[in-house]
Design a protein around this ligand. Structure first.
Ligand SMILES: Cc1ncc(COP(=O)(O)O)c(C=O)c1O
Length: 461
């Protein structure tokens, strides 16, 4: 019987009703629930700036930006005001055959931010859907233009594009998705480049083998391939695997030469995460499709966008009976509350980027990571770019020995970090640090210092 599950070690007279309801009724994502029940539970009641406060009143630095979304902090007065204003107008109205002012304005704004030509925005409500939409648009485009044999997809090794079936099919995230392979369509994957960078310096990079493997795939399969999908610059869920600058330009050139659509999945890397609004504009690459979510609403509300080139959009035009329309849509597509917040987010972010604030903050983050972890005896490798960092933990810096999986060292460190007032999520024994972009240099120092304390508590030297 579920009702026998323990809540926490608290006396029953002080049982927190949130935790009680959670224990009895919630099934958490990406969580082994048996392990979760054995941990001290934590319920967040409020947030301010880069900090979150639990139902017992303890505050924590939000070290993973509430799953890589938060930009200007929690409870931001400007975003709150935009939300309240829109709430006074309308909370939701469909985009199926209708429009609304904030949705239309946001689509225009996104086209203005994106490389020239990406003039059409198809809204949805999460990153996986943004990817599904790009894939389906690419598949349908080739059907509509007389190339129905172009049905294949190429992804990059280690890619993560979400958890829906199309996104799983084109991704390559090992044990997250392996058990669902029988239901996924086949996709090819080319080798990822290698790139070591932290503290603002590239330490080593090699793209030769990666580009050669892509070239080989395209030489054999381009005629039957619809699109290539890639997370440009940083593969977040693979543990912040990096690409050197210029790599994505070479991938784009190969796609263009072989008439294969390029889908850039910037769900994680856009909206200031790497210091710029969009990676594609920074790199001078115009994809055929651009997927955005996460930071689009600064971590406030679910909203995603798939941008497409005008020429692709045109191929879908025709009479109703031609059947060329794109039959895809979600109930809350382009929700006005989320669109209003996204517009306020972009306004604020543009100012931060042009003032150089993000550049100096991310440089500070890089210096702190380098100074604190470079010679740490249990940090075998570091990858850091912009406001993303991964620390690979191991029994020693040298060699290849790893901790036994069952020891859950990464998780133990993250649980200990809570005692130091810091929220982090591990990826196995890799710690991922993904701060909200609003953290001051002092707060970034706290993030790094508290991470170090937690590591040293669990792994004394
Ligand atoms: C690059 C990338 N694409 C897609 C997704 C999926 O987004 P969502 O969780 O909103 O479905 C993620 C999520 O982490 C991501 O990092």
């Amino acid at each position: 019987m579920l009702s026998t599950l323990p809540v926490t070690a608290e006396p029953s007279s002080r049982v927190d009703p949130t935790l009680a309801a959670d224990r009895q009724h919630v099934w958490h994502p990406f969580t082994q629930m048996q392990e979760y029940f054995a941990q001290p539970a934590l319920a967040i009641a409020s947030g301010q700036g880069g900090w979150l406060t639990d139902t017992a009143g303890k505050t924590y630095l939000d070290g993973n930006a509430s799953v890589w979304t938060n930009v200007h902090g929690h409870n931001d007065p400007d975003l709150n005001a935009a939300l309240r204003t829109q709430l006074g107008q309308v909370a939701h109205s469909t985009m199926l055959g209708l429009t609304h002012p904030v949705g239309a304005e946001l689509a225009a704004e996104l086209s203005a931010l994106a490389p020239a030509g990406l003039s059409r925005t198809f809204f949805s409500d999460n990153g996986s859907n943004a990817v599904e939409i790009a894939l389906k648009l690419s598949f349908q485009y080739w059907q509509l233009t007389g190339r129905p044999e172009k049905i294949g997809v190429i992804g990059m090794a280690g890619g993560y594009h979400g958890d829906t079936f199309g996104a799983m099919a084109v991704g390559d995230s090992g044990f997250f998705h392996d058990r669902f392979r029988p239901w996924c369509f086949p996709a090819h994957h080319f080798a990822a480049p290698s790139c070591r960078e932290w503290g603002g310096k590239i330490r080593a990079a090699n793209t030769t083998a990666s580009l050669a493997s892509l070239q080989a795939l395209l030489a054999e399969h381009a005629g039957t391939t619809a699109c290539l999908i890639i997370e440009p610059s940083v593969q977040g869920a693979a543990g912040m695997r990096l690409q050197p600058p210029g790599f994505i330009r070479e991938v784009a050139a190969l796609c263009r030469a072989h008439k294969v659509h390029l889908i850039l999945d910037e769900v994680f890397v856009a909206f200031g995460r790497l210091g710029s609004m969009l990676v594609c504009t920074e790199e001078g690459v115009t994809p055929d499709f651009l997927c955005l979510a996460k930071g689009l609403t600064a971590g406030y509300l679910p909203l995603a966008a798939t941008l497409a080139r005008e020429e692709i959009f045109s191929a879908f035009l025709g009479s109703y009976e031609s059947g060329r329309a794109f039959y895809h849509g979600h109930t809350f597509t382009g929700n006005p509350l989320a669109a209003a917040v996204a517009l306020a987010n972009i306004r604020k972010l543009r100012a931060l980027i042009s003032a150089g604030t993000l550049r100096s903050r991310s440089a500070c983050f890089g210096r702190l990571i380098d100074d604190t972890f470079f010679s740490h005896p249990h940090v075998r490798d570091i990858r850091q770019r912009g406001f993303t960092a991964a620390l690979d933990l191991a029994p020693s810096r040298e060699g290849t020995a790893t901790f036994p999986v069952a020891d859950r060292v990464g998780l133990q460190i993250c649980l200990r970090a809570r005692e130091h007032g810091l929220l982090l999520r591990p990826l196995g024994d890799t710690l991922l640090l993904v701060p909200p972009l609003c953290l001051s240099e002092v707060e970034l120092g706290e993030l790094v210092h508290r991470t170090l304390q937690a590591i040293n508590d669990i792994l004394p030297n």
